[in-house]
Design a protein around this ligand. Structure first.
Ligand SMILES: C[S@@+](CC[C@H](N)C(=O)[O-])C[C@H]1O[C@@H](n2cnc3c(N)ncnc32)[C@H](O)[C@@H]1O
Length: 376
């Protein structure tokens, strides 16, 4: 069972092992204050919507709609909601690592207020993601469009934080080799995934779909990272984090939700290391200088390189440059020069003879990269 920590205990000790993969019971602002600075890699926050529902909602057949009218969604005014938003966002900012990112999900009732507050507090907005619901609930009241989406804001801690995790290549590869778009299509949580109590009723009114959390987590974290959810509810973030080999910390104030979340997470089997390896692209690979090939003895001074069809040739000089036709330069510059081009990728243009065929020098760079990977 995921450990459940009363806030009072947490305040005694702030060692990571006391709160990692636990649900902290209490108010999120107070609980966040008990966590160390810069201790989490990512945050997913699904705060109260402040729906301001007046009275009960009925379907056209007069049956009662199970709407979000819980105490935790009640605020006396927009000012009170804003003050609460400011307090939890500030507390999140302190615990977020400098290169961590935060996701906040909301509807038209709250997301604009939350987004403005995030900018006021210096978060740097990276995207707004529209979660389009394939099976949205109908609106039973009001002359307006059906609410068929929610919005997620994804932000870094500030404008200077550039090296946040974004698994661009893996997302693209998983999307038919097309860059992943900012509009995502998922059904709302239903069927077996929806937690139900003994009475058959939903355990939580706003349980988010696991597929949504999986994309969030796969996009912006690495295996082993710590993801904080200050509005844990039924524990969707914790369940998906555990399955995907990430750590979580949840904060929730309602005991019933905590019990349901703890049991749910307990039942999750994490995926294995091989399934969780994140695909990276060329940019993520370590930089290797051409001279490293010389230093490693994979090429030698005086050796001749040619293009794939042996139309151009150059010799390798001891200083790691190439020379041809009285010109010298880097593998890229000389590759471009001999062809009369402005630019050239020297790694794929220049080839060496391995005794049987011509191979691109990129194959030698791959050997160095392999060795570097073994070093960790
Ligand atoms: C929108 S729901 C989150 C649902 C969750 N994402 C899920 O998939 O189940 C918001 C949750 O925040 C909790 N909550 C509201 N105010 C809180 C506060 N000040 N501190 C801690 N939890 C709070 C509520 O009890 C509720 O479960």
């Amino acid at each position: 069972m995921a450990a459940v920590l009363p806030l009072a205990d947490l305040k005694q000790q702030v060692r990571p092992d006391t709160w990692l993969n636990s649900i902290i019971k209490g108010d999120c602002v107070a609980a966040l204050e008990a966590l160390p600075d810069h201790s989490v890699d990512a945050i997913f926050a699904d705060p109260p919507y402040n729906l301001q529902l007046g009275g009960t909602l009925h379907r056209p057949d007069q049956s009662l709609v199970d709407a979000v009218d819980d105490d935790w969604d009640q605020f006396v005014s927009f000012e009170a909601y804003d003050a609460f938003t400011r307090a939890w966002l500030l507390a999140c900012r302190r615990v977020l690592k400098p290169h961590g990112t935060i996701w906040v999900i909301g509807s038209y009732h709250n997301i604009f207020r939350v987004g403005a507050m995030m900018q006021d507090l210096n978060f740097w907005l990276l995207n707004d993601i529209v979660w389009r619901k394939t099976n949205p609930m109908p609106n039973f009241k009001g002359r307006r469009f059906q609410n068929a989406h929610e919005t997620m804001i994804w932000a870094s801690r500030d404008a200077k934080a550039k090296s946040y995790t974004f698994n661009y290549d893996a997302l693209k590869a998983s999307n038919d080799d097309v860059q992943m778009r900012s509009d995502w299509l998922f059904p709302i949580c239903s069927g077996n995934e929806r937690l139900k109590g003994g009475d058959g009723k939903k355990v939580h009114p706003t349980q988010k779909p696991e597929a949504l959390l999986a994309r969030v987590i796969m996009a912006s974290t690495k295996p082993g990272d710590v993801i904080l959810d200050p509005f844990f509810g039924s524990g969707t973030t914790g369940a998906v984090a555990k399955r995907l080999g990430r750590n979580f910390v949840g904060i929730e104030r309602e005991q019933d939700y905590i019990d349901a979340a703890a049991a749910r997470i307990e039942a999750v089997e994490p995926l294995g290391k091989a399934e969780l390896t994140v695909m990276t692209g060329k940019k993520a690979e370590p930089r290797v200088a051409f001279t490293t090939l010389l230093e490693a003895g994979l090429v030698r001074p005086g050796q001749v390189l040619t293009d794939e069809r042996r139309r151009y040739s150059a010799i390798i000089r001891a200083d790691g440059t190439l020379a041809a036709n009285g010109e010298a330069g880097s593998i890229h510059r000389l590759g471009a020069k001999v062809q009369g081009f402005d630019a050239c990728n020297g790694w794929t243009f220049w080839h060496f003879d391995d005794g049987q065929s011509l191979q691109p020098i990129d194959a030698l760079r791959a050997i160095i990269r392999n060795d570097l990977a073994k070093l960790g």
